[in-house]
Design a protein around this ligand. Structure first.
Ligand code: DHB
Ligand code: FE
Length: 282
């Protein structure tokens, strides 16, 4: 049976893709952000995941306002990346793992989660930037595992509740552990932490709330389900709702996790950048 190695969170800010392209790792603006990654790289090197579940929120490339799935799971052989207007070069397609995708979809629908299954899906910066951060050179890094993208709606209200996101993660964890292959799986939760890109509060960041979320996502994620969606928008910013991806990731890990590394840096572009690596008990 498959095993979940752990979960990793990261912000997915498009400007990071630009900084990677320009190799700004030691630039004074970027260094405190990129310093959060070497420990994660070492862990990935040591644990060698066979599959990556990339939980991200599409920003209007794969889905638009006319058709907005609450939860979508990729079931394709590959996922193409396209220009979404951030001026980033489009990357080569990312290899998928349809056999694992369909296993997850079967299991989750049996557990009464209504999934949109996607046999074709273009992936945006929410998916791609984290892959580049964790597997430098992606998708042309030979160690990069095949991927299953999972997207949740944070674009058009109503968005899922924090409880639903955590419950989704729990059902995902059950699905992954029942995959009949002796495989090692890592789960990404991308996006966040606090940020708002538009309106009167553009540039809004809430360090205190971010620290509260960081503390509780490790040891007491249930506590975070008390936060209403309205409160989440209020306290984390309109785009800080991307924290739902962290909740989905966390639910899949189970109760027994060890924090391996954490980094928090403000701001990168308009966002509070949070990186967290949680390892599951053996
Ligand atoms: C930024 C952050 C995001 O999460 C995003 O999707 C796009 C831009 C930013 O801070 O620039
Ligand atoms: Fe985003």
């Amino acid at each position: 049976m498959a095993k979940i190695l752990g979960g990793i969170t990261t912000s997915h800010i498009p400007a990071v893709g630009n900084a990677i392209q320009k190799e700004l790792y030691d630039d004074p603006y970027w260094k405190p952000f990129f310093d959060g990654y070497p420990k994660v790289h070492q862990w990935i090197k040591d644990t060698k995941p066979d599959y990556v579940i990339n939980i991200y929120n599409d920003h209007g490339l794969g889905f638009f306002l006319d058709r907005m799935p609450t939860f979508a799971i990729g079931a394709a052989h590959e996922y193409r990346n396209e220009d979404e207007g951030w001026g980033l070069p489009s990357l080569d397609p990312f290899p998928g793992a349809p056999e694992l995708s369909w296993h997850i979809i079967e299991s989750m629908v049996s557990d009464e989660f209504d999934i949109t299954s996607c046999q074709e899906l273009a992936v945006d910066h929410g998916f791609v930037v984290p892959m580049q951060l964790f597997w430098p050179g992606a998708p042309n890094n030979p160690d990069m595992p095949r991927a299953v993208p999972i997207s949740a709606n944070t674009v058009q209200h109503p968005i899922p509740t924090l409880k639903r996101a955590l419950d989704f993660g729990k059902a995902l964890g059950k699905a992954l552990r029942s995959f009949p292959e002796d495989a090692k799986i890592v789960i990404l939760g991308t996006g966040g932490l606090s940020h708002q890109l538009d309106g009167e509060r553009a540039g809004f960041i809430n360090k205190e709330f971010d620290q509260y979320c960081l503390e509780n996502i490790v040891s007491n994620p249930e506590e975070l389900t008390k936060i209403t969606r309205m409160e989440l928008v209020e306290k984390a910013g309109a785009q800080g709702t991307e924290f739902l991806m962290w909740m989905m990731m966390r639910g899949a890990l189970g109760d027994n996790v060890t924090e391996i590394t954490r980094n928090y840096h403000i701001p990168i572009s308009n966002t509070a950048a949070g990186t967290l690596l949680l390892e599951c008990a053996a």
